[in-house]
Design a protein around this ligand. Sequence first.
Ligand SMILES: NC(=O)c1ccc[n+]([C@@H]2O[C@H](COP(=O)([O-])OP(=O)(O)OC[C@H]3O[C@@H](n4cnc5c(N)ncnc54)[C@H](OP(=O)(O)O)[C@@H]3O)[C@@H](O)[C@H]2O)c1
Length: 295
Amino acid sequence: MTPIKKVLIAGASGYLGRYAVREFKEKGYHVRALVRDPDKIKHPGLHGEPAIHHLIDEMVIGDVTSPESIKGICNGVDLVFSALGLTAPHPELTSHDVDYLGNKRILDQALDAKVSRFIYVSVFNHDKMAEVLSIKAHELFVAELKQSGLAWAVIRPNGYFSDMGRFFSMAQSGHIFMIGEGEKKINPIHGADLAKTCVDAVEGECCEIPVGGPDVYTFREVMEMAFHACGKTPWITPLPFWLAEGGLMVTGLFNRNLADLFLFAIEALKFDHVAPAYGTRHLKDFFAELAGGTH
Ligand SMILES: NC(=O)c1ccc[n+]([C@@H]2O[C@H](COP(=O)([O-])OP(=O)(O)OC[C@H]3O[C@@H](n4cnc5c(N)ncnc54)[C@H](OP(=O)(O)O)[C@@H]3O)[C@@H](O)[C@H]2O)c1
């Protein structure tokens, strides 16, 4: 009988991380999860991602910015999957602290523990947004991972349904300010579909895997779909890029982390994000679930 493989999942409480826990569990893995708040994972997340407390075999309560709390975290595991990252502005921490240094601390432990593979979730189109601090942090880590000597896989998703959920929240308020004309295209992916691709990356050559979902839309179409899902007439006001960039400069004067998030949002709307298609779940159904509160 082949022994059960153990995986450490970092970022287990997040949108993608929860689906990854479920997917690894369904594939028969023993799951060790790194979480900061054990209560959080007892409940589904904001975008329908599942509660996972009952799926986890071992829980490590720790914070990657506090090295002591994650000491020995990789001992006895066969592979590491990390969807750990800073996705909202923090008053003190930067992407460099979390996405780069935090993941690097886990990588160092993985090397000490001689794990066989490290799967990391970065971003699609990173080369077109290289000046965004969060992208820089992701890519610094990717560079470390590639030269670490471990077998690796880097997943490059373009946009999650949870991210499209921001448009849904704005549509619920009745109005969306859209930066640019919204004509650029994206094929976002559901966390459950993406998690399958991530788990498939446990085997095979070291590689980068760009990932998108099954349907391509313009950003304007995504916004209109969000309005329709919540039963409202689309009311979208385009803002020119120069105006958004002016606002960004002002924001940067008093909140660098928030400004970096805005920069990401502005840069991302300047070009298409159409990645190879995976998965079967549709954004229209996701919005309908959000509207019905049935996720
Ligand atoms: N959203 C998108 O459209 C998108 C697209 C491409 C790539 N990505 C990348 O994919 C990754 C996952 O995204 P997501 O949307 O699933 O993010 P998310 O829901 O915000 O989850 C992030 C995870 O990282 C954990 N985390 C953050 N800081 C931590 C710290 N100091 N110590 C320990 N854990 C920490 C969070 O824990 P808590 O639950 O305790 O906060 C959470 O589990 C991110 O790196 C993101 O940049 C996202």
